[in-house]
Design a protein around this ligand. Structure first.
Ligand code: TXA
Ligand code: MG
Length: 323
Protein backbone atom coordinates (compact mmCIF):
# COMPACT_ATOMS: atom_id res chain seq x y z
CA UNK A 1 0.00 0.00 0.00
CA UNK A 2 2.64 2.50 1.15
CA UNK A 3 4.91 1.62 -1.76
CA UNK A 4 2.06 1.68 -4.24
CA UNK A 5 0.92 5.11 -3.04
CA UNK A 6 4.46 6.46 -3.20
CA UNK A 7 5.03 5.13 -6.72
CA UNK A 8 1.79 6.47 -8.18
CA UNK A 9 2.25 9.88 -6.51
CA UNK A 10 5.81 10.17 -7.79
CA UNK A 11 4.78 9.15 -11.31
CA UNK A 12 2.05 11.75 -11.37
CA UNK A 13 4.34 14.48 -9.99
CA UNK A 14 7.14 13.71 -12.45
CA UNK A 15 4.69 13.94 -15.32
CA UNK A 16 3.78 17.50 -14.33
CA UNK A 17 0.56 16.84 -12.45
CA UNK A 18 -0.48 17.80 -8.92
CA UNK A 19 -1.01 15.41 -6.00
CA UNK A 20 -2.45 15.98 -2.53
CA UNK A 21 -0.16 14.46 0.06
CA UNK A 22 -0.05 14.32 3.84
CA UNK A 23 2.52 16.24 5.85
CA UNK A 24 2.80 16.32 9.64
CA UNK A 25 1.30 19.85 9.72
CA UNK A 26 -1.59 19.85 7.20
CA UNK A 27 -2.27 18.21 3.83
CA UNK A 28 -0.41 19.83 0.94
CA UNK A 29 -1.28 20.28 -2.74
CA UNK A 30 2.04 19.39 -4.33
CA UNK A 31 3.75 19.86 -7.69
CA UNK A 32 7.30 19.59 -9.01
CA UNK A 33 8.89 22.83 -7.76
CA UNK A 34 11.04 23.09 -10.93
CA UNK A 35 8.03 22.88 -13.26
CA UNK A 36 6.39 26.25 -13.82
CA UNK A 37 3.34 24.77 -15.55
CA UNK A 38 2.75 22.23 -12.79
CA UNK A 39 2.98 24.97 -10.14
CA UNK A 40 0.52 27.10 -12.12
CA UNK A 41 -2.03 24.31 -11.62
CA UNK A 42 -1.73 24.74 -7.84
CA UNK A 43 -2.61 28.44 -8.11
CA UNK A 44 -5.54 27.61 -10.34
CA UNK A 45 -6.98 24.81 -8.20
CA UNK A 46 -6.69 26.80 -4.96
CA UNK A 47 -7.79 30.12 -6.43
CA UNK A 48 -4.59 31.39 -4.86
CA UNK A 49 -3.56 34.98 -5.59
CA UNK A 50 -0.33 35.13 -7.64
CA UNK A 51 1.31 37.29 -4.97
CA UNK A 52 1.29 34.48 -2.38
CA UNK A 53 4.52 32.45 -2.50
CA UNK A 54 4.57 28.65 -2.05
CA UNK A 55 6.78 26.63 0.29
CA UNK A 56 9.22 24.16 -1.29
CA UNK A 57 9.51 20.75 0.42
CA UNK A 58 12.79 18.82 0.46
CA UNK A 59 14.21 15.64 1.99
CA UNK A 60 17.84 16.51 2.63
CA UNK A 61 20.07 19.42 3.51
CA UNK A 62 21.69 19.08 0.08
CA UNK A 63 18.33 19.41 -1.63
CA UNK A 64 17.55 22.46 0.53
CA UNK A 65 20.88 24.07 -0.33
CA UNK A 66 20.25 23.46 -4.05
CA UNK A 67 17.14 25.66 -3.89
CA UNK A 68 18.86 28.74 -2.39
CA UNK A 69 21.83 30.99 -3.16
CA UNK A 70 22.92 31.40 0.45
CA UNK A 71 22.93 28.92 3.30
CA UNK A 72 24.02 30.84 6.41
CA UNK A 73 25.32 29.09 9.53
CA UNK A 74 22.04 29.87 11.19
CA UNK A 75 20.13 27.93 8.51
CA UNK A 76 22.38 24.94 9.12
CA UNK A 77 21.86 25.17 12.90
CA UNK A 78 18.08 25.55 12.63
CA UNK A 79 17.79 22.76 10.08
CA UNK A 80 19.80 20.46 12.32
CA UNK A 81 17.68 21.36 15.32
CA UNK A 82 14.20 21.24 13.78
CA UNK A 83 14.24 19.29 10.49
CA UNK A 84 12.52 17.15 9.53
CA UNK A 85 9.71 19.16 11.09
CA UNK A 86 7.26 22.06 11.02
CA UNK A 87 9.71 24.91 10.37
CA UNK A 88 9.97 26.81 7.07
CA UNK A 89 13.14 28.82 6.44
CA UNK A 90 12.96 31.80 4.08
CA UNK A 91 16.23 32.27 2.15
CA UNK A 92 17.43 33.82 -1.14
CA UNK A 93 15.93 31.91 -4.08
CA UNK A 94 18.15 29.95 -6.49
CA UNK A 95 17.60 30.52 -10.25
CA UNK A 96 16.39 26.95 -10.75
CA UNK A 97 13.27 27.63 -8.67
CA UNK A 98 10.89 29.31 -11.14
CA UNK A 99 9.68 32.68 -9.97
CA UNK A 100 6.01 31.62 -10.00
CA UNK A 101 6.82 29.56 -6.86
CA UNK A 102 8.04 32.58 -4.94
CA UNK A 103 5.41 34.99 -6.26
CA UNK A 104 8.24 36.62 -8.28
CA UNK A 105 10.05 37.57 -5.08
CA UNK A 106 13.77 37.10 -4.37
CA UNK A 107 13.29 34.60 -1.52
CA UNK A 108 12.04 31.03 -1.19
CA UNK A 109 10.54 29.23 1.80
CA UNK A 110 12.02 25.74 2.33
CA UNK A 111 10.95 22.96 4.65
CA UNK A 112 11.80 19.28 5.22
CA UNK A 113 8.56 17.63 6.35
CA UNK A 114 8.64 14.73 8.81
CA UNK A 115 5.65 12.73 7.53
CA UNK A 116 7.01 9.40 6.23
CA UNK A 117 4.77 9.43 3.14
CA UNK A 118 5.75 12.98 2.20
CA UNK A 119 9.41 12.06 2.61
CA UNK A 120 9.09 8.86 0.59
CA UNK A 121 7.27 10.65 -2.24
CA UNK A 122 9.83 13.46 -2.48
CA UNK A 123 12.64 10.90 -2.39
CA UNK A 124 11.03 8.75 -5.08
CA UNK A 125 10.57 11.81 -7.33
CA UNK A 126 14.06 13.04 -6.62
CA UNK A 127 12.61 16.54 -6.88
CA UNK A 128 11.72 19.28 -4.42
CA UNK A 129 7.94 19.76 -4.24
CA UNK A 130 6.13 23.09 -4.07
CA UNK A 131 3.09 22.62 -1.82
CA UNK A 132 0.68 24.99 -0.13
CA UNK A 133 -2.07 23.69 2.15
CA UNK A 134 -4.62 21.69 0.13
CA UNK A 135 -7.61 24.00 0.56
CA UNK A 136 -9.27 26.76 -1.44
CA UNK A 137 -7.43 30.01 -0.73
CA UNK A 138 -8.20 31.66 2.65
CA UNK A 139 -10.22 28.76 4.06
CA UNK A 140 -9.32 26.23 6.73
CA UNK A 141 -6.39 23.93 6.06
CA UNK A 142 -7.20 20.20 5.84
CA UNK A 143 -5.88 17.80 8.47
CA UNK A 144 -7.61 14.67 7.12
CA UNK A 145 -8.30 13.28 3.66
CA UNK A 146 -12.03 13.86 4.21
CA UNK A 147 -11.37 17.61 4.60
CA UNK A 148 -9.43 17.59 1.32
CA UNK A 149 -12.08 15.72 -0.60
CA UNK A 150 -14.86 17.96 0.69
CA UNK A 151 -13.03 21.17 -0.17
CA UNK A 152 -11.26 20.29 -3.42
CA UNK A 153 -13.22 17.21 -4.49
CA UNK A 154 -12.69 16.24 -8.09
CA UNK A 155 -10.36 19.17 -8.78
CA UNK A 156 -7.35 17.01 -7.82
CA UNK A 157 -6.47 13.83 -9.72
CA UNK A 158 -4.79 12.00 -6.81
CA UNK A 159 -5.11 12.27 -3.02
CA UNK A 160 -2.75 10.23 -0.84
CA UNK A 161 -4.16 9.25 2.56
CA UNK A 162 -1.67 9.54 5.41
CA UNK A 163 -4.13 9.66 8.31
CA UNK A 164 -4.72 12.58 10.62
CA UNK A 165 -1.96 15.21 10.61
CA UNK A 166 0.04 15.02 13.81
CA UNK A 167 0.85 18.72 14.25
CA UNK A 168 -2.44 20.08 12.91
CA UNK A 169 -1.48 23.71 12.22
CA UNK A 170 0.79 25.05 9.49
CA UNK A 171 4.56 25.33 9.90
CA UNK A 172 6.34 28.22 11.61
CA UNK A 173 7.74 30.49 8.87
CA UNK A 174 11.05 32.15 9.76
CA UNK A 175 12.71 34.78 7.56
CA UNK A 176 16.48 34.33 7.60
CA UNK A 177 17.15 37.08 5.06
CA UNK A 178 16.92 39.70 7.82
CA UNK A 179 18.94 40.02 10.98
CA UNK A 180 17.86 39.13 13.57
CA UNK A 181 15.57 36.51 12.01
CA UNK A 182 11.90 37.33 11.89
CA UNK A 183 8.91 35.04 12.45
CA UNK A 184 6.49 35.59 9.55
CA UNK A 185 4.00 32.98 10.76
CA UNK A 186 4.09 31.54 14.28
CA UNK A 187 3.55 27.80 14.68
CA UNK A 188 4.11 24.93 17.03
CA UNK A 189 7.87 25.60 16.96
CA UNK A 190 7.57 28.71 19.07
CA UNK A 191 9.76 31.74 19.77
CA UNK A 192 11.45 30.28 22.84
CA UNK A 193 12.41 27.13 20.96
CA UNK A 194 13.78 29.21 18.07
CA UNK A 195 15.68 31.59 20.36
CA UNK A 196 17.43 28.62 21.95
CA UNK A 197 19.12 28.22 18.56
CA UNK A 198 19.19 31.74 17.07
CA UNK A 199 19.93 33.70 20.25
CA UNK A 200 17.51 36.48 19.22
CA UNK A 201 14.48 37.15 17.04
CA UNK A 202 13.20 40.41 15.64
CA UNK A 203 10.64 41.91 17.99
CA UNK A 204 7.13 41.01 16.90
CA UNK A 205 5.65 44.29 18.16
CA UNK A 206 8.17 46.26 16.09
CA UNK A 207 6.85 44.45 12.99
CA UNK A 208 3.43 46.02 13.23
CA UNK A 209 2.87 48.43 10.39
CA UNK A 210 5.71 47.01 8.28
CA UNK A 211 4.86 45.86 4.77
CA UNK A 212 3.17 42.46 4.72
CA UNK A 213 5.91 40.07 3.72
CA UNK A 214 3.90 36.90 4.01
CA UNK A 215 0.27 36.75 2.91
CA UNK A 216 -0.33 34.23 5.70
CA UNK A 217 0.03 37.32 7.90
CA UNK A 218 -3.07 38.93 6.45
CA UNK A 219 -5.74 39.69 9.00
CA UNK A 220 -8.37 37.33 7.62
CA UNK A 221 -7.15 33.83 6.88
CA UNK A 222 -7.57 30.23 7.96
CA UNK A 223 -11.26 30.89 8.47
CA UNK A 224 -14.22 28.58 9.01
CA UNK A 225 -17.56 29.58 7.45
CA UNK A 226 -19.15 30.24 10.84
CA UNK A 227 -18.37 33.40 12.77
CA UNK A 228 -15.65 32.67 15.34
CA UNK A 229 -15.15 34.40 18.68
CA UNK A 230 -12.78 33.72 21.54
CA UNK A 231 -14.14 34.37 25.02
CA UNK A 232 -12.91 33.94 28.55
CA UNK A 233 -15.23 32.65 31.26
CA UNK A 234 -14.95 31.55 34.89
CA UNK A 235 -18.22 29.62 34.92
CA UNK A 236 -21.25 28.66 32.89
CA UNK A 237 -23.27 31.72 33.79
CA UNK A 238 -20.52 34.11 32.73
CA UNK A 239 -20.19 32.39 29.35
CA UNK A 240 -23.93 32.46 28.66
CA UNK A 241 -24.21 36.11 29.70
CA UNK A 242 -21.38 37.14 27.38
CA UNK A 243 -22.96 35.38 24.41
CA UNK A 244 -26.32 37.00 25.04
CA UNK A 245 -24.54 40.37 25.35
CA UNK A 246 -23.21 39.91 21.81
CA UNK A 247 -26.87 39.49 20.74
CA UNK A 248 -26.34 35.92 19.60
CA UNK A 249 -28.59 33.17 20.87
CA UNK A 250 -27.18 30.01 22.44
CA UNK A 251 -28.84 27.91 19.75
CA UNK A 252 -26.52 27.84 16.74
CA UNK A 253 -23.48 28.20 19.01
CA UNK A 254 -20.76 25.56 19.15
CA UNK A 255 -18.43 25.92 22.11
CA UNK A 256 -14.84 24.62 22.08
CA UNK A 257 -13.49 24.54 25.63
CA UNK A 258 -10.24 23.34 27.19
CA UNK A 259 -10.29 24.40 30.87
CA UNK A 260 -13.67 25.52 32.18
CA UNK A 261 -16.11 23.12 30.52
CA UNK A 262 -19.68 24.47 30.30
CA UNK A 263 -22.79 22.31 30.30
CA UNK A 264 -24.17 21.69 26.81
CA UNK A 265 -27.66 22.90 27.68
CA UNK A 266 -28.97 25.41 25.13
CA UNK A 267 -25.90 25.17 22.90
CA UNK A 268 -25.85 23.20 19.66
CA UNK A 269 -22.71 21.47 20.87
CA UNK A 270 -19.91 21.70 23.40
CA UNK A 271 -16.62 19.98 22.62
CA UNK A 272 -13.47 19.71 24.66
CA UNK A 273 -9.88 19.75 23.46
CA UNK A 274 -7.23 18.86 26.06
CA UNK A 275 -5.52 21.81 27.75
CA UNK A 276 -2.20 21.17 26.09
CA UNK A 277 -0.90 23.22 23.15
CA UNK A 278 0.16 20.25 21.03
CA UNK A 279 -3.06 18.33 21.53
CA UNK A 280 -5.02 21.54 20.95
CA UNK A 281 -3.24 22.29 17.67
CA UNK A 282 -3.75 18.72 16.48
CA UNK A 283 -7.51 18.82 17.08
CA UNK A 284 -8.37 22.44 16.31
CA UNK A 285 -8.96 22.40 12.53
CA UNK A 286 -10.86 19.10 12.70
CA UNK A 287 -13.15 20.72 15.30
CA UNK A 288 -13.65 23.83 13.17
CA UNK A 289 -14.34 21.75 10.05
CA UNK A 290 -16.86 19.77 12.09
CA UNK A 291 -18.63 22.94 13.32
CA UNK A 292 -19.00 24.12 9.71
CA UNK A 293 -20.19 20.70 8.67
CA UNK A 294 -22.91 20.75 11.32
CA UNK A 295 -24.03 24.22 10.27
CA UNK A 296 -22.79 26.22 13.25
CA UNK A 297 -23.68 29.91 13.17
CA UNK A 298 -21.16 30.91 15.81
CA UNK A 299 -18.09 29.12 17.13
CA UNK A 300 -16.97 30.17 20.61
CA UNK A 301 -13.45 29.14 21.55
CA UNK A 302 -12.27 29.42 25.15
CA UNK A 303 -9.40 31.91 25.21
CA UNK A 304 -5.89 30.50 25.35
CA UNK A 305 -3.05 30.90 27.83
CA UNK A 306 -0.64 33.71 26.88
CA UNK A 307 2.53 31.60 26.96
CA UNK A 308 4.91 31.03 24.05
CA UNK A 309 3.72 27.48 23.25
CA UNK A 310 0.24 28.80 22.45
CA UNK A 311 1.18 31.69 20.12
CA UNK A 312 0.82 29.71 16.87
CA UNK A 313 -2.67 28.57 17.82
CA UNK A 314 -3.64 32.04 19.09
CA UNK A 315 -2.48 33.48 15.76
CA UNK A 316 -4.76 31.14 13.76
CA UNK A 317 -7.74 31.91 16.01
CA UNK A 318 -7.13 35.64 15.64
CA UNK A 319 -7.12 35.40 11.84
CA UNK A 320 -10.07 33.01 11.82
CA UNK A 321 -12.09 35.49 13.87
CA UNK A 322 -11.14 38.60 11.88
CA UNK A 323 -14.04 40.14 10.00
O1 TXA B 1 2.92 23.49 7.20
C1 TXA B 1 2.94 24.10 6.15
O2 TXA B 1 3.67 25.08 5.95
C2 TXA B 1 1.99 23.59 5.04
C3 TXA B 1 2.46 22.22 4.59
C4 TXA B 1 1.72 21.74 3.38
O3 TXA B 1 3.83 22.23 4.39
N1 TXA B 1 2.01 24.53 3.95
C5 TXA B 1 1.40 25.74 4.04
O4 TXA B 1 1.49 26.43 2.87
O5 TXA B 1 0.84 26.13 5.03
P1 TXA B 1 0.62 27.74 2.59
O6 TXA B 1 0.93 28.11 1.19
O7 TXA B 1 -0.77 27.48 2.93
O8 TXA B 1 1.27 28.79 3.52
C6 TXA B 1 2.59 29.21 3.25
C7 TXA B 1 2.88 30.47 3.99
C8 TXA B 1 2.12 31.63 3.41
O9 TXA B 1 1.74 32.49 4.46
C9 TXA B 1 3.17 32.27 2.52
O10 TXA B 1 2.91 33.63 2.33
C10 TXA B 1 4.43 32.03 3.31
O11 TXA B 1 4.27 30.76 3.87
N2 TXA B 1 5.61 32.02 2.44
C11 TXA B 1 5.96 31.08 1.54
N3 TXA B 1 7.08 31.43 0.88
C12 TXA B 1 7.46 32.62 1.38
C13 TXA B 1 8.52 33.54 1.11
N4 TXA B 1 9.44 33.30 0.17
N5 TXA B 1 8.57 34.69 1.83
C14 TXA B 1 7.64 34.94 2.76
N6 TXA B 1 6.61 34.14 3.07
C15 TXA B 1 6.52 33.00 2.38
MG1 MG C 1 -2.62 27.80 3.41
Amino acid sequence: MFEQAVKSAAKQLRSGDVVVLPTETVYGLAANAFDEKAVAKIFEIKGRPAHNPIIVHVVSLDMARSCVTAWPDLAEKLARAFWPGPLTLVLPRAERIPSIVTAHGPTVGIRWPSHPLAQAIIRECGLPLAAPSANPSNLLSPTTVEHVVKALGDRVPLVIDGGQCQVGIESTVLDLTVSPPRVLRPGIIHDEALIAVTGTLSDRDAQQGQAVKSPGMLAKHYAPRAKLMTLNWRNDRELRQQILNTSNSLAGCHVIAHSVIPSAEGFDRVSVIPHDPEAFARALYAELHCCDELGAKVIIVESLPKTSEWTGIADRLKRASAT
